[in-house]
Ligand binder design. Structure first.
Ligand SMILES: CC(C)(COP(=O)(O)OP(=O)(O)OC[C@H]1O[C@@H](n2cnc3c(N)ncnc32)[C@H](O)[C@@H]1OP(=O)(O)O)[C@@H](O)C(=O)NCCC(=O)NCCS
Length: 158
């Protein structure tokens, strides 16, 4: 029997106000699961939960990936910027992040995002999906104070 991971049959849909708590937990759990690849949060986890409920799900373009009625991935967009893309550790490497990123590319000819320089798996993930590093920051541009990389994808508007 093969132990290769199986692609999850996730539903990709717009996030709504009622997803705030589940989306925040996916973000927090995924970020925790990334360990030293991602620097420590600059805010408390409760502040993050409040930010999701009062700002993210209210003002941003949010997409969630749902499997069996459970949110397993979240992506937050602002214009052509992916502000946040996180998949629950138990659902990673099963195609969910790729599906969410494809959704970001849909209807856009350019997508940009920042990732921490230390987050090699995420950088590989974006580079294998056509993103190019266009600027390197020393950490003065983000709340965590950690070096980051600006990535850009350019494509044909579909
Ligand atoms: C980075 C991240 C968003 C990618 O999402 P993901 O759902 O794990 O990504 P996918 O499963 O779509 O693709 C990841 C890999 O799994 C592989 N994969 C996807 N489906 C697969 C399947 N059914 N079987 C085997 N491998 C599979 C892909 O080929 C890909 O490998 P590659 O990058 O070497 O090509 C996710 O891993 C994550 O949340 N990481 C922690 C937080 C983080 O770093 N977020 C980004 C901050 S900028």
């Amino acid at each position: 029997m093969s132990d290769a991971p199986v692609t999850l049959a996730a539903t990709i849909r717009r996030g709504v106000a009622g997803d705030a708590a589940a989306a925040a937990e996916v973000y927090l759990t995924s970020r925790r699961g990334a360990g030293a690849l991602i620097p420590r949060l600059a805010h408390t986890e409760d502040d993050v939960r409040t930010w999701f409920a009062t700002t993210v799900l209210v003002e941003r373009e949010v997409w969630v990936a749902e499997v069996g009625g459970r949110v397993v991935g979240v992506m937050v967009l602002r214009g052509d910027f992916v502000d946040l893309l996180y998949v629950h550790p138990e659902s990673q490497r099963r195609g969910v992040g790729s599906r969410l990123l494809s959704q970001a590319k849909r209807g856009r000819s350019r997508v940009r995002l920042y990732t921490f320089e230390s987050n090699e798996p995420a950088r590989d993930f974006y580079e294998q999906r056509g993103f190019k590093a266009i600027a390197f920051g020393d950490g003065t541009g983000n709340e965590e104070g950690a070096p980051d990389v600006l990535y850009e994808w350019r494509g044909i508007l579909r």
